[in-house]
Structures are given as C-alpha cells and as structure tokens.
Design a protein around this ligand. Structure first.
Ligand SMILES: [Fe+2]
Length: 250
C-alpha cells in the first residue's frame, strides 16, 4: 500500500518519520482509567495549532477525499463530512499507526472480558485483516459544522470487522472559533436508564471512545455498556474535527 504525500500538503513529512511527540507521551493508564470510568477519555493536545490548521484546510481540497456526506440528506443531522481518499494524508496515517498499538492492548483486554476475537498488534495488520474481509475503503474523515449544524447520536460501524475504539481530534478552538458544538455521548446500561456524558475538548485534544460498546464489571462477570456519540448544535462559527477510525469500510 502506498502512503505517499498529498502533493501540496504543507509541512506534512512522511508518515513513518512524522514526529507526534504528544502521541508518544500519552499516559495510557490515565486513558484506560477514563475509559473504564466514563467510556470516554480526553487526551492532552495530540496536534499543534499549526497542524490543526493544516488538517482543517484540507476540507476544501476535493482531491483529498473519496466521498462527501451531507448529513441533512440522510437525516444524520446537519453539516458535512468527507472521507479521505487513499493514500491518506501522512498525518492521518501517522495518527492511525501510532495510536493503534496501545489502543489494541485495551481492545484486547476488552475482547478477553467479552469473549470476543483478539486484534493484531499493528495497524498494518488490522488493515490487511480488513482487506481480507472486503473492507478496503479508508474511514478517516473530516467533519465541518457551521451555525445550527449538529450530529445525531450514532455508531461508526461499517462492516463485519470493527475495531472497538476510535479517536476524534478537535481542530478548532471552542469559544474562539465556534460556540456550542459539544461532544455528546450516551451510554446505555443494561436494565438502567441511559447516562449522558458531555465533553468540550480544546484545539488539538483527542477524544478516545468506544465505537460500539465496552465491558463493565457486573455481578456475574462482565456486562456490556453500549455507547453512541454525537454533537450538539453549533451556535456560531465553524467547528472542524478529524475522525480517526481504525477499521476500513466495505
Ligand atoms: Fe461518529
């Protein structure tokens, strides 16, 4: 697979040499504790303000994307998102490859608790497993919300093979570039009412959360808490987010 550069992506480097010091320095025990407590972990900034601006600017470059979704047409909400075409921008490939191994350790702990198949140790191996299952289209995406735009509660499941954790990186500054637009999560617990969780990540910060469900200790071992995510309406300005989903789509 060729992970070449987009021709004019500034300062992008190549995915294997790209420095992502904040990703390398992530406190994974804190991430695991937050996931266990709430199903959502907020990281320190993963990308610099400049890197956020560069990724955000890609939204208007048609050649970087394989498809565009108008959320209102599908009644998913309001606003647009665009799926990156292969080869992905180097920063997206780098985030996928570098975040994946520690996330796979968490995913495999979850798999053990829920008696599910395990995941490979590297993202290259996951991509190969997706390809073997007919999931060949990349799923990382860029989302843009303007005034009044929102995203209905949903789950990013595309095919048979679903990696159970995903990451969203906030590219704009809350209360400076936009107002409103909170990240909303609703956790559905067995035999209980659903619990809302609201997060307001700053520019560059990542949200790590369950794609579908996660194990929670119960009287008889482990039970599953289902998670859906969405975005409340943006009041003013524009809100951009980079969605990093690890499995590919059919
Ligand atoms: Fe999503």
């Amino acid at each position: 697979m060729d992970h070449g550069r987009l021709p004019t992506a500034p300062d992008a480097g190549t995915d294997d040499t790209m420095e992502l010091p904040a990703v390398d320095a992530l406190d994974w025990s804190a991430v695991t504790a937050a996931l266990d407590a709430e199903g959502v972990a907020v990281t320190p900034p993963l990308l610099s303000p400049r890197a956020c601006e560069e990724v955000r600017a890609l939204f208007d470059r048609d050649e970087a994307f394989r498809s565009t979704v108008d959320m209102s047409r599908h009644r998913f909400g309001s606003g647009h998102y665009r799926y990156f075409a292969a080869p992905l921008p180097p920063v997206v490939t780098a985030l996928r490859r570098r975040l994946y191994p520690p996330l796979a350790r968490i995913a495999n702990q979850w798999a053990e608790r829920l008696d599910r198949p395990r995941f490979p140790g590297t993202h290259e191996e996951l991509t190969a497993a997706c390809a073997a299952a007919g999931q060949l289209r990349p799923t990382p995406l860029l989302l843009r919300y303007g005034p009044g735009d929102y995203n209905c509660l949903h789950q990013d499941v595309y095919g048979e093979l679903t990696f159970p954790l995903q990451v969203a990186v906030m590219l704009d500054r809350p209360d400076v570039d936009f107002t409103g637009g909170e990240s909303v999560f609703v956790e559905q617990r067995p035999r209980a009412q659903s619990r809302p969780v609201v997060k307001r990540p700053g520019q560059g910060q990542g949200l790590i959360f369950a794609v579908h469900d996660r194990p929670v200790p119960s009287a008889r071992g482990w039970s599953r808490f289902m998670l859906r995510h969405g975005v409340s309406a943006v009041h003013e300005g524009q809100r951009h987010v980079l969605g990093v989903i690890f499995h590919d789509a059919p």
